[in-house]
Ligand binder design. Structure first.
Ligand code: IMP
Ligand code: MG
Length: 177
């Protein structure tokens, strides 16, 4: 899409690649037992694809499930409502679950998703986000594994969109808020 917004690079591909390996190392060293990864769509698809391959290199063989929650409309501000779109993920009951999301902002999405998965019988729900904006937090929630802490800027790329554009970018950049 060619719009009025310009994208300024914030985190390049090499930094992402390196950090994903470190996250996989930390996850592999922490989670034991039968693992199901629940990927929150759509924003974390690229991150999750890289993360599961990094976990494979460390001998993990997770089941991979997907869950779609909606909290954002087409704008840049959260509606404050989080709801499930489509079916619940399977293979959660009695297992260790790693919930993977792109960004932790207010914290509502991860908190709601974690409760849903516990309600489906997960033994424990770990959380992993590529990006964290701690200054934006509105509910008390800290992810177990965090790629990068960033300021309160609106980011796109590496799976993350603005009005469905920019997901394809291999790096993370900022657009004017
Ligand atoms: P939370 O429920 O407020 O923590 O919102 C998390 C979700 O908001 C993320 O999964 C993203 O979909 C979206 N989001 C938060 N910040 C950004 C951003 O800077 N760019 C694009 N989406 C964002
Ligand atoms: Mg999202």
């Amino acid at each position: 899409m060619s719009g009025a917004s310009t994208v300024t690079r914030l985190i390049d591909q090499e930094a992402i690649r390196h950090r994903v390996e470190e996250l996989a190392e930390a996850i592999a060293g922490t989670i034991t037992g039968e693992l199901t990864i629940v990927v929150l769509l759509k924003g974390s698809f690229m991150f999750a694809a890289d993360l599961v391959r990094a976990l494979d290199r460390r001998g993990l063989a997770p089941r991979v499930e997907f869950m779609r929650l909606s909290s954002y409309g087409l704008g840049k501000e959260s509606s404050g409502l989080v709801r499930l779109i489509g079916d619940h993920p399977e293979g959660v009951a009695g297992r260790e679950v790693l919930l993977v999301d792109d960004i932790q902002d207010t914290g509502r999405t991860l908190s709601v998703a974690q409760n849903m998965l516990l309600g489906l019988g997960a033994r424990r729900v770990w959380t992993c986000v590529l990006l964290d904006k701690p200054s934006r937090r509105e509910v008390d929630f800290a992810a177990d594994f965090v790629g990068f802490e960033i300021e309160d800027v609106f980011v796109v790329g590496y799976g993350i969109d603005f009005a469905e554009a920019y997901r394809h970018l291999p790096y993370i950049g900022t657009v004017d808020r």
